[in-house]
Design a binder for this molecule. Sequence first.
Ligand code: 2PG
Ligand code: MG
Length: 440
Amino acid sequence: MAAIESVYAREILDSRGNPTVKVVLDTDDGAEGIGLVPSGASTGANEAWELRDGDKKRFGGKGVLTAVKNVNEIIAPKVIGMDASDQRALDQTMIDLDGTPNKSKLGANAILGVSLAALYASAESADEPLYRYIGGTNGHILPVPNMNIMNGGAHANFATDIQEYMISPYGFKTYSEALRAGVEVYHTLKGILKSRGLATGLGDEGGYAPEMKNNEESFDLIMEAISKAGYEPGKQIGLCIDAASSEFYGKDPKNPDNKAEGKYFFDGEFRDGDYMLDFYQKLVEKYPIVSIEDPFDEEDWDNWVKITAAMGNELQFVGDDLLVTNPKRLQKAIDLKAANSLLVKLNQIGSVSETLDAIELATSAGFTSMVSHRSGETPDTTIADLAVAKNTRQIKTGAPARGERIAKYNRLLDIEAELGSTAEYAGASAFKRAKVLQSR
Ligand code: 2PG
Ligand code: MG
């Protein structure tokens, strides 16, 4: 056992220049762990609470000095002396100390910072790389990188309603080959955008963010980029989207006074659930889409059930805002047969052990899991190790651009090299529909 000797937090900046929490935790055997907390923009209403100061004189209210103080003055005295590697007991101690259902008293950003720092310190004490420390000997599958090469929604001033257009290079033997293919498509896409006089500036997750005529146009550009880069759409590279539809549900996000209850503001008009379902169905017929995230609002359970029944046998429907990495909401989705895949975000639930619980529950119910970054990130690479440790077969961490995204993709290259001949690339096994598309 390595006892926690000191815990110290301070305020740093994330990739958007917003304050976030950094925690440094030392154990009595000389190990040190660092926890860096990410932050979302299109956050689900049911996420664990990100505690911000609200003092408009600092960072427009986004400071995290209260969360920092909660670590230094409330959490630290309670956890010093505890076994850092008893992750579950440590997390539970903080959950009890907070006492609210959504960590709103101490802040999920405070609790997760300590939880992550303890995880890293314990891996160092055990002298193991993080993926091995978390996953034991069986963590050896490199995930398919779902690369978000065109950004819209809340990450790019609603250039498109759909928030993320991702390419999934699954038809390759190794992770590094797949990553290279993804990067080549990304660069080819830039050339295509330039040649059409479209903007090549980047959104929050590193994808291009030109204003499009409609949501479908982006698919055509990406298909062209895949072919032009020399790859076969569907056979080698599929597409994933994150509609992040809660952002355009009930209102026009660019003009929030324009409201219509129960409708989606999509392609310039309010649409009902049936219209959206039909839109997704046609899209899937036309393009090699293997996964759709948040096609419907986080409380529109009926339409989630409908779309899962209609296409869930082949297609992956990922619950992000719907499930918020929360075992309770996940259980509801399992019972209702709404969605068939879990998006995994540590800061949505706010501790390492609860995140692992969510993945476990998803797996036991036959749901897939996609480990995910946030749109506001740090150089932290925990999600890369987590994806390998738990053999989730999928990760999404943005475009191959911007240091905070590249850090995760590079970490996976390191893990692949370290695992050597025991590394296995998930490839088409990550998606049911990938296998269908390949067999055509
Ligand atoms: C999402 C995420 C990450 P955010 O919606 O899946 O891509 O965005 O972190 O802004 O919630
Ligand atoms: Mg999402």
